[in-house]
Design a binder for this molecule. Structure first.
Ligand code: XMP
Length: 333
C-alpha cells in the first residue's frame, strides 16, 4: 500500500489528443461481470432510501443497474425481484449479507428470479465473506462482493469465487466509518491497489461511494474501475423509496426526501437493531424530480470526459487517460 492516499479531489485528468467528432460516438458500454455488460456504467446504491422497484426499473430502461437493498424482509425483497422479472427486466440484482438468515434470503431471491447477487458488507475481507461466496457457488448467479480497499482483500475475493469486486471503505457521503474507527483508504488509491490484482484475474471493479459529480465518475474509470455505485447523487429523486416531505407554505415552501446511511441510527432503529455500532448518518435532501435528469447530466459529463481523454470506449479510457496529483496547502505545509 502506498503511504500517500489520493481521493477524487486530489487529482485531475490530463487531456489527450482526440479525434472524437461527436460525443454521441462514445461507447460507454462496460462490464459488470465477465459475463454481463451494461450500456451505462452507473449502479444505484443498494440502500433503503435509494433502490427499490422504481429506481431499478428506471435505471434498467437507461441501460444502467439498480441493486435492491437487503434492509427489509426476505418477502419484500423477493416481491421486488419478482415484479422486475414480470416487466421484463433482464438484469435482476439483489443484496444479501453474510450472517443470520442470509442463506435463506439467497435461496428465496434466486427462486424469485434474482440473477445477480451483491454480498453487501462493510468489511468484505472477512471469513464470513468467503463462507458466503462458497454457498453462492451452488446457484447459477453472478456475484458482486464487497466492500474492500486493499490488494490482499481483492486477491481474497478473487480466490473465493467473486465475479465482480466492489471497492470503498469509508468514502460514502453518509459514512462515519473513518471517524468512528480510524480505518479507510482514499478511493483513488484503493482503486489503484485493487486494479493491480484485477488486471491479472480479469474481474471487473465497481467504485462505490464518494461520487459527487460526473468528473468523479471519469476519475474512477480513468484509474481502472468499470462502473460506479451512486447513493447521494440519486438521493431525493422521484424514484427513491420514501415520502416527499413539504416544509413551509406556498410560495415559500421546500420539498425534500430522506437519505440515510445503511448503518445510521435512524436505519438501525427502524429495523429494530441495537443502537450500537452506528457508522453512518442520515439527512434530508432537496427533492430533485425524476432521476432521468441526474442520469442525463452524468452521462453528458462522462461523454465529454471521453472526448477530452481522446477515448471512444471504456477500454481506451482505461488505457489512455492519466492524472496529475494536486497538493493542497495543508499537505504542503
Ligand atoms: P454516496 O457517497 O454515493 O455513497 O452517498 C454511497 C455508498 O455509501 C456506503 N454506505 C455507507 N457507508 N456507513 C458507511 O460506512 C453507512 O451507514 C453507509 N451507508 C451507505 C455504501 O457503500 C453506498 O453504496
Amino acid at each position: 500500500m502506498k503511504n500517500i492516499g489520493l481521493s477524487y479531489d486530489d487529482i485531475l485528468l490530463i487531456p489527450n489528443y482526440s479525434e472524437i467528432k461527436s460525443r454521441l460516438n462514445v461507447d460507454l458500454t462496460s462490464r459488470l461481470t465477465q459475463n454481463i455488460n451494461f450500456k451505462l456504467p452507473f449502479i444505484s446504491a443498494n440502500m433503503d432510501t435509494i433502490t427499490e422497484y422504481r429506481m431499478a426499473k428506471k435505471l434498467d430502461e437507461y441501460g444502467a443497474l439498480g441493486i435492491i437493498h437487503r434492509f427489509c424482509s426476505i418477502e419484500k425483497e423477493c416481491k421486488i425481484i419478482e415484479k422486475l422479472k414480470k416487466e421484463g427486466v433482464k438484469k435482476r440484482a439483489a443484496s444479501i449479507g453474510v450472517s443470520g438468515e442470509n442463506q435463506q434470503r439467497l435461496k428465496a431471491l434466486v427462486k424469485a428470479g434474482a440473477n445477480i447477487i451483491c454480498i453487501d458488507v462493510a468489511h468484505g475481507h472477512h471469513k464470513l465473506m468467503s463462507d458466503t461466496l462458497q454457498y453462492c457457488q451452488n446457484y447459477d448467479i453472478e456475484v458482486i462482493a464487497g466492500n474492500i480497499a486493499t490488494q490482499k482483500a481483492a486477491e481474497f475475493l478473487c480466490e473465493n469465487g467473486a465475479d465482480c469486486l466492489k471497492v470503498g471503505i469509508g468514502p460514502g457521503s453518509m459514512c462515519t466509518t473513518r471517524i468512528n474507527t480510524g480505518f479507510g483508504v482514499p478511493q483513488i488509491t484503493a482503486l489503484e491497489e485493487i486494479i493491480k490484482v484485477t488486471k491479472k484475474c480479469g474481474l471487473p471493479v465497481i467504485a462505490d461511494g464518494g461520487i459527487k459529480n460526473s468528473g468523479d465518475v471519469a476519475k474512477a474509470l480513468a484509474v481502472g474501475a468499470d462502473s460506479v455505485m451512486i447513493g447521494s447523487l440519486f438521493a431525493g429523486t422521484k424514484e427513491t423509496p420514501g415520502m416527499i416531505h413539504k416544509e413551509g407554505n406556498f410560495p415559500n415552501y421546500k420539498l425534500y426526501k430522506r437519505y440515510r446511511g445503511s448503518a445510521s441510527l435512524d436505519s438501525k432503529l427502524e429495523r429494530g437493531s441495537e443502537k450500537r455500532n452506528v457508522e453512518g448518518i442520515s439527512t434530508t435532501v432537496d427533492y430533485k424530480g425524476p432521476v432521468k435528469y441526474v442520469i442525463q447530466n452524468l452521462e453528458d459529463g462522462l461523454r465529454s470526459a471521453f472526448s477530452y481523454g481522446g477515448a471512444c470506449s471504456i477500454d481506451e479510457f482505461h488505457d489512455n487517460v492519466s492524472y496529475i496529483k494536486l497538493f493542497s496547502k495543508e499537505v504542503q505545509s
